[in-house]
Design a protein around this ligand. Structure first.
Ligand code: PLP
Length: 227
């Protein structure tokens, strides 16, 4: 076994164990949670090793990089785009990404619809958990605008709305940030009973995310190392 394979096997196993412990202490079922391995900035060879180790869901932030790796890995890999969307890249992104996690503009929603060729595209709506006076540029619909945004998206039949996605703000306790997110999710489900998924949790905060009900956790550096 190559050294890299040993490293990745050990860190993946460790993350899986941490996920299981968080699932157990939250009284949840492991099957409710999809682990997305965030391979951004790492070579396709790492993604291939992780595939051989059992990973099937991969997260990427950039169109070119995601497109390239998705062409190299086997066809049953599932690709998640989670970066900031650029309108001119959307055509390409919808071609290789099975799921888009970072939808936060209506113009992008409409463009995805025109590109979908009759088949609904799976999306998460990204919500911003930043306080209104901190501009971090990490994207996301402001909570006050979220329900209206979802109403508009729900009228676009080419979108398969899966749920909410968020990134915990820096310098905020993720437990507090994710409890806010869980509250927003309740409000969403009350009006849109199908829109139940919750994409949150990264290397630094996935245990808190699992406690708050995450269904999709996006983990990079804890598995692949620091970028
Ligand atoms: C990079 C990134 C991740 C993974 O972050 P790690 O801290 O490396 O686990 C998850 N989600 C988004 C949106 C990212 O940009």
């Amino acid at each position: 076994m190559s050294q890299r394979r040993q490293e990745l096997a050990a860190s993946l196993r460790e993350v899986q164990e941490r996920i299981q412990r968080a699932v157990d202490s939250a009284g949840r079922d492991r099957a409710e949670i999809t682990l997305i391995v965030v391979t951004k900035t790492f070579p396709a060879s790492d993604a291939e090793i992780l595939y051989e180790l059992g990973a099937r869901n991969f997260g990427e932030n950039r169109d070119e990089e995601g497109r390239e790796k998705s062409q190299i890995l086997p066809n049953d890999s599932i690709w998640h785009f989670q970066g900031q969307i650029q309108s001119k890249k959307l055509r390409s992104i919808t071609e290789w990404a099975n799921v888009i996690h970072s939808l936060d503009e209506l113009a992008h929603a409409r463009k995805i619809a025109t590109l979908s060729a009759g088949k609904a595209h799976s999306v998460f709506v990204q919500v911003s958990l930043d306080s209104p006076n901190t501009q971090t540029g990490r994207g996301g619909v402001g909570p006050a605008l979220l329900m209206d945004f979802l109403r508009e998206c729900s009228m676009i039949s080419e979108l398969d709305l899966l749920g909410l996605m968020a990134v915990a703000p820096l310098n905020v306790d993720p437990v507090i940030a994710f409890s806010r997110l869980a509250q927003l999710r309740k409000e969403v489900i009350a009006e849109f009973p199908q829109v139940t998924a919750l994409s949150c949790g990264m290397s630094g905060d996935f245990e808190a995310a699992i406690a708050a009900g995450a269904t999709h956790i996006r983990i990079g550096s804890s598995i692949l190392g620091s970028r």
